[in-house]
Design a binder for this molecule. Structure first.
Ligand SMILES: O=C(O)c1cc(=O)[nH]c(=O)n1[C@@H]1O[C@H](COP(=O)(O)O)[C@@H](O)[C@H]1O
Length: 231
């Protein structure tokens, strides 16, 4: 797999029109595109199809987290759309993940979000009193593997731990920043080079590209840093 195939653009634009305009500027149909709850709410299945018609492989990121039956019912619908990947949250538990796996069939990459990259320190402690972030990461990654998921989502700093706990699972890594970029609401971030150096399979990049004066140039810089990390 080359660097380009490993880059996922988080299309977190205000609306679908802005999202499509950005993709026109980037002229990179090889780029995988991640759609989150906002653009999915605005554009639904039609928007996902628009992206696919432009040549993009689409990652629907809804981080499903509910009782097993409810999640399985939803996944069964999303699995009809020819998506590349879909997220569920590992904190939903093993039965939820297994049912999601069964409903997803064989072609959809089902990813388990381990611990959100926005959490650490006291905020983590407040939602999981007495449980270290590291323990939760290893436990959840192992559970994702036991449940039959194809991969996990984790921060670039978690990669070593997660790859040890869930060998063989695909790792999808958000919380990526180019040197000098602000972290905004993210807590556990690192550079594309550092993430690739720790063995990431795919990187998810949003604001480092979306917020750049020249998004195409920023995407090139991300790819350059990824190459550096693999060397
Ligand atoms: O599942 C995700 O993609 C995800 C998980 C996570 O723990 N943290 C995280 O930031 N993300 C997503 O990755 C993207 C990161 O965006 P930027 O911080 O702008 O690069 C956003 O679309 C988030 O929804």
């Amino acid at each position: 797999m080359n660097g380009k195939e490993r880059l996922i653009l988080a299309l977190d634009t205000p609306g679908t029109e802005e999202g499509l305009a950005l993709l026109d500027r980037l002229k990179a149909p090889w780029m995988k595109v991640k759609v989150g709850p906002r653009l999915f709410a605005l554009g639904g299945e039609t928007f996902l199809r628009d992206l696919q018609e432009r040549g993009h492989r689409v990652f629907l990121d809804l981080k499903l987290h509910d009782i097993p039956n409810t999640v399985a019912q939803a996944v069964e619908v999303y699995a009809r759309w020819g998506l590349w990947a879909l997220t569920v949250h590992t904190s939903g538990g093993e039965t939820m993940m297994r049912r999601a796996r069964e409903a997803a069939g064989t072609d959809l990459l089902l990813l388990g979000v381990t611990v959100l990259t926005s959490l650490d320190g006291p905020e983590w402690e407040a939602v999981h009193p007495g449980c270290s972030l590291e323990r939760a990461l290893s436990g959840r990654a192992a559970l994702a593997r036991e449940s039959g998921l194809g991969g996990v989502v984790c921060s670039p700093r978690d990669l070593t731990l997660v790859r040890e706990a869930a060998p063989g699972l695909v790792t999808v890594v958000p919380g990526i920043r180019l040197p000098g970029d602000g972290t905004q609401d993210q807590a556990r971030v690192d550079t594309p080079a550092a993430a690739m150096g720790r063995g990431a399979d795919y990187l998810v990049v949003g604001r480092s590209i979306l917020g750049a004066a020249d998004p195409q140039e920023a995407a090139e810089r991300v790819l350059g840093s990824m190459e550096e990390g693999r060397a």
